[in-house]
Design a protein around this ligand. Structure first.
Ligand SMILES: [Zn+2]
Length: 68
């Protein structure tokens, strides 16, 4: 299972968490990702907006994606 956050504007992958133990902090929340990038996409500059549950992409076997 992986958690991926993407920009809603350009689909740039802002953050992905592939496995437990990847880093000390574990899976980050959308608001944390937003604050890491100063609230906007580093690639296209689009504001990341207010995060919600729907902003989190959970990949299981199939490759689906959602953006925020
Ligand atoms: Zn973008």
């Amino acid at each position: 299972m992986a958690v991926v956050y993407k920009c809603r504007g350009c689909n740039h992958v802002l953050y992905s968490f592939e496995k437990v133990g990847q880093d000390f902090y574990g899976v980050r929340t959308p608001s944390e990702i937003s604050s890491i990038y100063g609230g906007k996409c580093p690639k296209c500059g689009k504001r990341l907006g207010s995060p919600s549950v729907d902003d989190v992409q959970i990949k299981l076997r199939e490759k689906r994606s959602r953006s925020f």
